[in-house]
Design a protein around this ligand. Structure first.
Ligand SMILES: [Zn+2]
Length: 103
């Protein structure tokens, strides 16, 4: 190699944003419907969403319910939940996201 590191390419910045979001990832999301602990979750692209730090959706294998975990400013999180409700046409309840310190 021997090539100098190029910093700040769009690709690297995107990668950094993804890693930052993954660092905010909860260990699990509790299913809103059946209270199963879901450790499989997909990050949601929140690049254009003001006040949102990270968002994840977990599809419950037991009941098929989608539960969202959204981190950010309180108001922005509420707005995003409303947007999800509008988009899905169903009630999207706030995901129960245990704090990182909780045993
Ligand atoms: Zn469930």
């Amino acid at each position: 190699m021997g090539q100098a590191k190029i910093r700040g390419t769009p690709e690297q910045r995107k990668q950094a944003a993804i890693e930052r979001q993954l660092s905010l990832r909860p260990k699990h999301i509790v299913c809103n419907n059946c209270q199963a602990e879901l450790s499989e979750m997909a990050p949601i692209d929140v690049a254009g969403m003001h006040g949102i730090d990270a968002a994840f959706v977990a599809s419950c294998p037991h009941c098929g319910h989608d539960t969202y975990a959204i981190k950010g400013e309180r108001e922005a999180v509420a707005n995003m939940h409303m947007a999800i409700e509008d988009a899905t046409g169903s009630e999207a309840q706030a995901g129960v996201v245990p704090s990182a310190n909780k045993v």
